[in-house]
Design a protein around this ligand. Structure first.
Ligand code: GDP
Ligand code: MG
Length: 162
């Protein structure tokens, strides 16, 4: 079991792909059809000899009515049960209203937050993550969940937060 890391963020930012990276398996449900992750799924993970639990969240149709509110509510639940939060944003898109709503939940909760700027697939894309400093959540950790780029440094930051 160990400490709990909740992975939150709006649909399609790559949460489940990143969870697969973290657990080193291809188990979390990733689909090109967005919204396939069931509400909350836990996995055991180990990094540098430390064991922790990763909770993947999601499972909504991003086009559904009231989706921003459902993302926010899910983040609220996940944050309550977690020791630290991995907040995933899509660096190629930047911050949306739904992202902002999650940020407000994270600020109120006061739990440690690690910010992952995902879909930075190459060095050229790194500049896109720079604006994420404005979120006030500390360093945006640039990663490519798809290719594994930056995932080691991200996990080091996660262990420090847990
Ligand atoms: P979730 O809804 O946040 O769990 O997102 P998923 O993990 O299901 O990923 C949504 C889509 O984004 C899938 O098509 C993934 O292959 C794609 N994706 C995830 N991570 C990356 C990445 O680092 N780079 C790119 N280019 N695509 C990614
Ligand atoms: Mg998912």
């Amino acid at each position: 079991m160990g400490p709990v890391l909740a992975v939150v963020g709006r649909p399609n930012v790559g949460k489940s792909t990143l969870v697969n990276r973290i657990i080193g398996r291809r188990e979390a449900v990733v689909e090109d059809v967005p919204g396939v992750t069931r509400d909350r799924i836990s996995y055991d993970a180990v990094w540098n000899g430390r064991t922790f639990t990763v909770v993947d969240t999601g499972g909504w149709d991003p086009d559904a009515k009231g989706i921003a509110e459902r993302i926010r509510a899910q983040a609220e639940i996940a944050v309550t049960l977690a020791d630290a939060v991995l907040f995933v944003v899509d660096a190629t898109i930047g911050i949306t209203d739904a992202d902002e709503a999650v940020v407000r939940v994270l600020r109120r909760a006061g739990k440690p937050v690690v910010l992952a700027a995902n879909k930075v697939d190459d060095a050229r894309a790194e500049a896109e993550a720079f604006g994420l400093w404005n979120l006030g959540l500390g360093e945006p950790h640039v990663v490519s969940a798809l290719h594994g780029r930056g995932s080691g440094d991200l996990l080091d930051a996660v262990l420090e937060a847990l």
